[in-house]
Design a protein around this ligand. Structure first.
Ligand SMILES: NC(=O)c1ccc[n+]([C@@H]2O[C@H](COP(=O)([O-])OP(=O)(O)OC[C@H]3O[C@@H](n4cnc5c(N)ncnc54)[C@H](OP(=O)(O)O)[C@@H]3O)[C@@H](O)[C@H]2O)c1
Length: 344
């Protein structure tokens, strides 16, 4: 079956999507960027290159498709606000009866409750876990009503940087530069503190989407629900001390037991919602321990789930795979589109 697509955002992921769509039975008809609407070849659409609101751009892109209505719109723009820009795109697209597949996480993180009634029309597995399919992989586990602890690495950029420091003895500055050159961090990023702080913000959004999509029961986690402890340059020096093995880990748990990181630990996030504690922070991973053996390397993300008070109902690795870089999220988005359009 052929399907017709619009791509919004033509950066790393949007660019990758446009080339991959040519290889699956899809026809990309319009590409929306900040300045206007384009053909897939990048030619500006006459009269539509002057900006406008999100709704006007969507209207213009749909207009470009004239009679043929698009089946799906892929949203791959950065989050530069509280997800409101992306929310307006999503609402404008849904209002036209088209499905949405998004890698942008701000809209769902900040406006989950608004979008919840429409989730059957939205594909969002690329918002958390890159190409690991973390959300569907967790959803299929039977965990309802049981004590559960989820350990998760959800930020490939932080994992790449701190794996290089902890396991290969490389410097933080070198790892940050390398992450930028591989497109895991903003191009030209060279201030480690700014990069790490930006990624901690990303973790807040991802944990909100993950919790709400998998575990929430009527009460939703919001990025602002987290108590965040400041991180300084000196803290980063301590976390990159040779001989220590600090990595950035997240945990969602409705089980009793100690916290993942101590109250006030620099760069940590803590939130409570119902019976759940949702946390993130720098964790000293000792090689040879269970967590050391499980911890993903490089840019990978991974999730380990312990079910039962002491893991007596199972300890499972739920998923593992690349958490940054354009290929894996683009692949996840195409899988979402197939599912939404019920293409075998
Ligand atoms: N890269 C990854 O590894 C990864 C993984 C999972 C999820 N994500 C998420 O996926 C999204 C896209 O990531 P990316 O790496 O592809 O970003 P990117 O390379 O920075 O590209 C963003 C694109 O979005 C366009 N854009 C920005 N604001 C826009 C607006 N208001 N309307 C229309 N277009 C707009 C930009 O247009 P111009 O060309 O006009 O500047 C640019 O082409 C982000 O939300 C990111 O967090 C990324």
């Amino acid at each position: 079956m052929n399907y017709k697509a619009i791509v919004i955002g033509r950066g790393n992921i949007g660019g990758e999507l446009i080339s991959r769509l040519a290889g699956v039975s899809a026809i990309t008809k319009a590409v929306v960027a900040r300045k206007g609407v384009y053909t897939p070849k990048g030619e500006p659409h006459e009269g539509l290159t002057t900006g406008g609101t999100e709704d006007e751009r969507v209207k213009a892109a749909f207009g470009m498709m004239e009679e043929e209505k698009p089946d799906v719109a892929f949203l791959a723009i950065p989050t530069t606000d509280d997800g409101s820009i992306a929310l307006r795109y999503i609402q404008a697209i849904l209002a036209r009866g088209c499905k949405v597949v998004t890698s942008e996480k701000g809209a769902l993180a900040h406006h989950f409750e608004t979008l919840r009634p429409h989730l059957s029309q939205i594909g969002y597995r690329a918002t958390v876990g890159g190409g690991t399919m973390m959300i569907p992989a967790l959803r299929v586990r039977q965990m309802s009503g049981k004590p559960v602890t989820v350990n998760a690495v959800v930020n490939g950029t932080l994992n790449y940087i701190f794996a290089g420091v902890a396991l290969e003895g490389r410097s933080l500055a070198e790892m940050v530069r390398e992450a930028a050159s591989l497109q895991y961090a903003e191009p030209g990023a060279n201030d480690p503190l700014a990069v790490v702080r930006g990624e901690v913000k990303d973790v807040k959004m991802k944990l909100s989407v993950l919790f709400n999509a998998v575990f929430a029961k009527g009460e939703y986690l919001h990025p602002d629900s987290f108590q965040e402890t400041e991180l300084s340059d000196d803290d980063l020096l301590a976390f990159t001390d040779p001989g220590a093995g600090y990595r950035y880990l997240t945990r969602l748990s409705n089980n009793s037991g100690p916290d993942l990181v101590a109250e006030g630990s620099p760069g940590s996030l803590k939130a409570k919602i119902g019976k759940w504690r949702v946390e993130a922070g720098f964790y000293n991973v000792i090689q040879g321990t269970d967590i050391g053996r499980w911890f993903p390397s490089g840019v990978n993300n991974a999730v380990m789930v312990k079910i039962g008070h002491h893991g007596d109902e199972g300890v499972y690795e739920v998923c593992r795979g690349p958490g940054a870089g354009p290929a894996a999220p683009a692949e996840a988005m195409l899988a979402d589109a197939k599912e939404l359009l019920a293409i075998a």
